[in-house]
Design a protein around this ligand. Structure first.
Ligand code: Z5A
Length: 240
């Protein structure tokens, strides 16, 4: 396991950044953009991953979860399966990458369990906290970017993408609107409770404006990742 997370990524080894939010908030889009920026500017390797999934075994569990295989067993059983995937993902990908000093960008992590299985799914906070303690331990994100968007807009974006790709709604996209409203409230409550770790990004704007807000949050919270000058370059990079 990695040691306690420190503020300076150079001193602490790698840096762990997670992206959270409701359906269609733009996480994948923004992770790809931030990864490109960090690769150009930080001079450190960047590892892009996602949950559920991120390792071959966790991807197998992902397929079952998004097909709704665990839904009939209830939110506790689903949380256990998300946890099983997370254990493998942490052991095989996230912790080794952090130990190598990489920047890990992860699409969803513990806050999705808190929001989906906990606040929206009805699983008690005691169980969610206990799972987090035994599964995640000290490997906590250094920064969590919560992309905030009205659920109606996010679901419309996801549906638009589904229409283009021919993919129908998955097990969670198919939940009723009030489930998605509770998700949004939960993510905002998490951000309010842990302001040092979390930054809320208004995801209703166009992708370039959201990208600028993401960069500004990273630059102010983790300045060593976005130096003014790209690593090894002789001129200033663009300002965040
Ligand atoms: N889950 C859980 O229940 N418990 C857990 O512990 C964990 C997860 C870890 C994983 O699904 C599901 O697992 C998830 C929660 C649950 N629920 N669902 N569904 P997933 O990984 O397949 O889906 P997702 O995480 O919700 O991501 P997404 O639907 O793919 O959305 P996204 O990554 O946030 O957005 P995107 O793909 O970047 O953009 C969506 C569309 O909007 C796309 O067509 C873009 O071109 C467009 N877009 C993006 N940004 C913009 C802006 N700014 N304006 C306009 N349009 C935009």
């Amino acid at each position: 396991m990695t040691g306690p997370r420190l503020a300076d990524p150079a001193a602490a080894g790698g840096t762990f950044i997670t992206f959270e939010g409701g359906e269609g908030a733009g996480k994948s889009t923004q992770i790809a953009r931030l990864a490109a920026t960090l690769r150009a500017r930080s001079g450190r390797p960047v590892c892009v991953t996602r949950e559920p999934g991120g390792s071959p075994r966790a991807e197998e569990i992902r397929a079952a979860l998004l097909d709704g295989v665990a839904k009939p067993y209830g939110p506790f059983a689903e949380a256990l399966l998300f946890s099983a995937a997370r254990i493998d993902h942490l052991d095989r990908l996230i912790r080794p990458a952090l130990r190598r000093g990489e920047t890990v960008l992860c699409d969803r992590f513990i806050d999705s369990t808190r929001a989906y299985q906990g606040a929206a799914g009805g699983l008690g906070p005691g169980i969610v906290d206990a799972l987090e303690r035994v599964v995640v331990g000290p490997t906590r994100p250094d920064l969590t970017l919560i992309l905030d968007l009205a659920p109606e807009s996010g679901l419309a974006r996801a549906a638009g993408r589904g229409a283009r790709t021919g993919q129908g709604a998955d097990r969670f996209e198919a939940e009723a609107l009030d489930f998605h409203v509770r998700l949004r409230e939960s993510f905002l409550a998490i951000a309010g409770a842990e302001p040092d770790r979390c930054a809320v990004i208004d995801a209703s704007r166009d992708p370039d404006a959201v990208e600028a807000a993401v960069r500004a949050a990273v630059a102010s919270r983790l300045p060593a990742l976005l130096p003014d000058r790209p690593a090894g370059a002789g001129r200033s990079g663009d300002a965040a």
